[in-house]
Design a protein around this ligand. Sequence first.
Ligand SMILES: Nc1ncnc2c1ncn2[C@@H]1O[C@H](COP(=O)(O)OP(=O)(O)OP(=O)(O)O)[C@@H](O)[C@H]1O
Length: 199
Amino acid sequence: MHLEGSNLGFRYGRGAPWIVQGAHISIAQGEVVGLVGPSGSGKTTLARLLAGYDLPQAGRITCDGRPLLPGGIQPVQLVFQHPEKAVNPRWRMRRTITEGWEPDAGFLQTLGIEREWLDRYPNELSGGELQRFCVARALGPQTRYLIADEMTTMLDAITQAQIWHTVMDIARQRNLGILVISHESSLIQRLCSRVIEWP
Ligand SMILES: Nc1ncnc2c1ncn2[C@@H]1O[C@H](COP(=O)(O)OP(=O)(O)OP(=O)(O)O)[C@@H](O)[C@H]1O
């Protein structure tokens, strides 16, 4: 069982330079893989392809042997650096969190989400509080692979450690594959059993 991209090619429009070209990547179920590389080299672009946000113009992506399907609940979930861009500002957090699945109180507690935050709007939460919701939302029962693109970069060290501790626990229990994209080499070393140098 793998999340796999083969011979991937992607560019932002015809005539634009190829950002991803001839790329192969494979993440096994249960594996935690780091992806490191210079700024602007296409890591987020690759993450978006692997999560089905954009379609590659060349190559193919499979998740546990099957192509990613548009719409519906996705087995590959992507969490970005900026949670405020990933939520609907007009929805209270209860609606955002239950859009894809209904985590119980115990699950929310493991991510340090307080019950009264559910009635707030995104702009009434700190970045770290909001990112906990984005992480919770991404960890529904259908999730097989998580792509963490600078997921905790903007958080303080304690919050970062708490979130990763919980995510790694859940990943172990459910045998999730994780791709960790980060410029923080200490984080990558701590979490990952394998590191891909990009491009
Ligand atoms: N929507 C877009 N339209 C056009 N070009 C884009 C778009 N998004 C990204 N790019 C360009 O694609 C290239 C790769 O960007 P990407 O965000 O994938 O890099 P990255 O490796 O994740 O960078 P960083 O480490 O700084 O986050 C950059 O040159 C960027 O300017």
